[in-house]
Design a protein around this ligand. Structure first.
Ligand code: APR
Ligand code: PHB
Length: 402
């Protein structure tokens, strides 16, 4: 087995791991990145597409804003709509008017591409397609990660700290002993069917639609590519949804019967079912192991928070590790878990709230009373300054240090 040393061993090359390595590099801290998939696989995953203004500010501050400014699309707000008793209403909620902040539509795949290029430029070491990743002695002073590299060589990587950025299914979370760890979970009784379509968006801003048949969302990736979602039963088989059925359901749920608005359809190039869950695991630090991103928490996609939370976590973590490894102060590593969790729980609540407001409950789990409460909530956030400002503040994002 060959043994090497670095300052921070990072497990997982999703947005959390890649951005952490970039932030550490700028602070003069060495890291090694371990990822079990290939770069092409990581770049091929279709993920979220909305960046909060604080995420864009952060990425711009660290030299990654150029392509976002050129190819991303700034959005002032969203549309919220509902159809009740056959009558549709669509309302624009302007974040800039309410809280002075906007959001950017820029795919997570593009963020990942920019981050991979930055890491290559920095000449920091990455191992893709590794196997058998195991964490050792994270509670002690000399933690290590062992793995088998792409060529089949067993390696031991010793570090001052280990960052678990390996997503919900990665091994890092289990590095926190069961008697210390606490988890909170909510599994929702519905899922999303997501499609990527080669058609210009039929809207200038995202549309979140409540409909008696179930929720629908019209999002986008570019001027020529749309991303659309439909609420479906959990564990729905995509085979139940041929393209014609998808377009018909989208047209019904997104149509609001006014201004002659129609949904343009086009070739569907990807279709998949996404489970919906909220999950938080605490603490986010144990000894010299630090968790960030989906390794520690999952939010349902309704509030577009997953990627932004991962960015916020690693921003706090990079600051904490820099203060510790460069300046010798452990104050921020000691408060990392508490600092990160404040924002995690805020986003967990917001995502749960948006999800609960917009999805119809299956028979037996909800009734006409629940629907009236949802509609009342939608009317309130689209007609009251205070209601709209609360949604806008959370959607456009609170400052990283919140
Ligand atoms: N060894 C090494 N890498 C691993 C292992 C392992 N055993 N298990 C998982 N990984 C890798 C995954 O292949 C993935 O590339 O860890 C990475 C985790 O990345 P993400 O799942 O993208 O998680 P994160 O970086 O925290 O980003 C969160 O991504 O999943 C979306 O909606 C989520 O937008 C949010 C964001
Ligand atoms: C997306 O574009 O994939 C997207 C946008 C907004 C959401 C969820 C997903 O709330």
């Amino acid at each position: 087995m060959s043994t090497t040393r670095t300052q921070v061993a990072i497990v997982g090359a999703g947005p959390a791991g890649l951005l952490l390595s970039h932030l550490l590099d700028r602070a003069g801290i060495d890291s090694v990145l371990l990822e079990n998939r290939s770069p092409d696989y990581v770049l091929g995953r279709i993920r979220a597409g909305v960046l909060e203004s604080s995420s864009v500010d952060l990425l711009s501050e660290v030299g990654l804003g150029e392509r976002i400014a050129r190819e991303g699309d700034e959005h002032r707000g969203i549309y919220l709509q509902w159809t009740a008793e056959g009558q549709g209403e669509r309302h624009h909620l302007d974040f800039v008017d309410h809280v002075g902040r906007s959001v950017w539509v820029y795919g997570q795949t593009e963020v990942t591409k920019d981050l991979m290029a930055a890491r290559e430029r920095a000449g920091q070491q990455s191992h893709y397609e590794v196997r058998d990743v195991e964490l050792h002695d994270v509670a002690g002073d000399r933690p290590a990660v062992t793995f088998t590299d792409r060529d089949g060589t067993h390696q031991r990587l010793e570090a001052d700290a280990v960052a678990g950025c390996d997503g919900f299914h990665g091994p890092s979370r289990a590095g926190i002993p069961a008697d210390v760890r606490r988890t909170w979970e909510r599994v929702y009784p519905y899922a999303w069917l997501g499609v990527l379509a080669e058609v210009a968006p039929s809207t200038d801003e995202l549309i979140y639609a409540w409909h008696p048949d179930g929720f629908a969302l019209h999002s986008m990736r570019s001027r020529t590519v749309s991303r659309l979602y439909l609420q479906v039963p959990p564990d729905e088989d995509v085979a139940q949804w041929p393209d014609d059925r998808v377009w018909e359901a989208l047209a019904t749920r997104l149509g609001h019967g006014q201004d002659g608005w129609t949904l343009q359809d086009g070739p569907i190039v990807e279709k998949s079912v996404l489970p919906m869950r909220s999950f938080v695991s605490t603490p986010m630090r144990h000894g010299r192991l630090f968790l960030a991103g989906d390794a520690a928490h999952i939010v349902p996609p309704t509030g577009a928070k997953g990627l932004n939370l991962a960015i916020a976590d690693v921003t706090l973590l990079a600051r904490a590790l820099t203060a510790w490894l460069v300046e010798g102060s452990s104050t921020l590593v000691d408060s990392y878990s508490e600092d990160a969790l404040r924002r995690v729980w805020r986003c967990t609540h917001f995502s749960w709230w948006m999800t609960s407001m917009l999805h119809t409950l299956p028979p037996g789990q909800g009734d006409a009373f629940d629907q009236q409460l949802q509609l009342s909530q939608l009317r309130w956030v689209t007609s009251s300054q205070a209601g709209a400002a609360g949604l806008a503040e959370n959607y456009a994002g609170l400052p990283i240090g919140f």
